[in-house]
Each structure stands twice: as C-alpha cells, then as structure tokens.
Ligand binder design. Structure first.
Ligand code: SF4
Ligand code: SF4
Length: 199
C-alpha cells in the first residue's frame, strides 16, 4: 500500500487538532474545578480530582537512580574529595561548573578546589560531570531538585560549601532530610519576602 506523505489542506490548517486539544483542556479544567468544589463540601471524596503533585507542599519519594542536585563527596575526615582536575568542567556541555584550584597543604594531594561552583540555571542535569570524575568526588544522588525560585542569578549558584553540606546531611540524617531542608528553606524565604514587602 502506498504511504501518503503530503498533508491535506484541512490537515495543514491544524484546526481539527487545535479544537481537539482545546476540548481536552477544557474537559480537564472543568472536571477538576467541579471535583475540587465538591471535595470542599465533603462530596465525591473518593473521586480523585487531579494528579498533579502540589510541590513543594507535597513531594514524591524519588527512585534510587533519580539524578538530583549535585553534592561533593567527602573524605573520612570531612575534607573535600575533589582534586580540582577540571575533568567535570571540561565534560560539562552547559559550561556551568566553575573551579578555582589551589595547592593542597598535604604533599600527597596535588590540588584541591578553593572554589567549586555550579550555575544551576545553566545545568541540564545530564550527569556528564559525575561520569567524568575519576575519583567519585561529585554525585547527583541527593534526591532533591534545583532551587525553584530566587531573585537574582547568584541565588541559583551552588557553592562548594552548599555542595559539601549535602554530603554531610545525607550521611547524618538520610535522604529525606535534604528535601525537608529544601522545603523549610522555601518557607523561610517566603516569610522573609512577605516581611520585606510589608516594610
Ligand atoms: S549535570 Fe551536566 S550540565 Fe549539569 S553540571 Fe553536570 S555536566 Fe554540567
Ligand atoms: S569533581 Fe571530580 S572531575 Fe571535577 S574537578 Fe573534582 S575530581 Fe576532577
């Protein structure tokens, strides 16, 4: 059978598809609105209204292989494992890792990062930095996602201490702690924002 490759005039107008899309959207909108209204007065509680997770008020437990925000892993005595070799920054396709290397006081270690920063507005969470690292110094197993709001670019730059603290929190308080802290941070920022608006 010969395959048809050209679109007809009516298909090129996309009118049918646009109308179909609008019908689905409006159906979902009115269904959810009606159900939420009914739930508010105690009716049809067993019929689920929407499937959207109301983040950050609600959040899901991510699977073990979830590629979340970065952390810099630590040595046993708590110092950063990174040797400032720049392989992660070189592999990064978004050019969002900034490293400033310094001489390490330990003669056994050549270098360490004086500064290590990730611009999360540029990061595409591809995991290439993790793959490139020869000493398991950077991981994305924090189960948290990037900051969702801020007021300037600096608010989205994760510093060495932020990246190191994630490793400490994960080791000491477990995987849910990072998410709890992130949400507590959002709540605190919201309070501070309202204070600023009021004053
Ligand atoms: S996850 Fe990808 S884009 Fe983000 S810092 Fe790592 S290499 Fe760069
Ligand atoms: S995180 Fe790994 S790849 Fe990146 S500079 Fe440090 S040691 Fe090198």
């Amino acid at each position: 059978m010969k395959r048809r490759t050209e679109m007809s005039f009516s298909e090129k107008l996309y009118l049918g598809e646009i109308l179909r899309g609008l019908a689905v959207t409006m159906y979902r909108f009115w269904r959810n609105l009606s159900l939420h209204g009914l739930h508010a007065v105690g009716l049809y509680k067993d019929v689920r209204a929407s499937v959207t997770t109301q983040y950050p008020d609600e959040y899901k437990t991510y699977p073990d292989n979830y590629r979340g925000s970065h952390r810099l892993t630590l040595k046993e005595e708590g110092s950063v494992r990174c040797t400032a070799c720049f392989l992660c920054a070189t592999a990064c396709p978004a050019n969002c890792i900034f490293i400033e290397a310094g001489e390490h006081p330990d003669p056994e270690v050549e270098k360490f990062p004086l500064r290590y920063e990730i611009d999360t507005l540029r990061c595409i969470y591809c995991g290439m930095c993790v793959e490139a690292c020869p000493c398991d110094a950077i991981r994305m197993d924090t189960y948290v996602h990037p900051k969702i709001w801020g007021f300037n670019r600096a608010d989205f730059v994760e510093t060495k201490s932020v990246l190191m603290d994630r490793s400490t929190i994960l080791a000491e308080r477990g995987r849910t702690a990072l998410m709890e802290d992130q949400i507590a941070g959002y709540e605190q920022e919201e309070v501070e924002l309202w204070e600023r608006i009021k004053n």
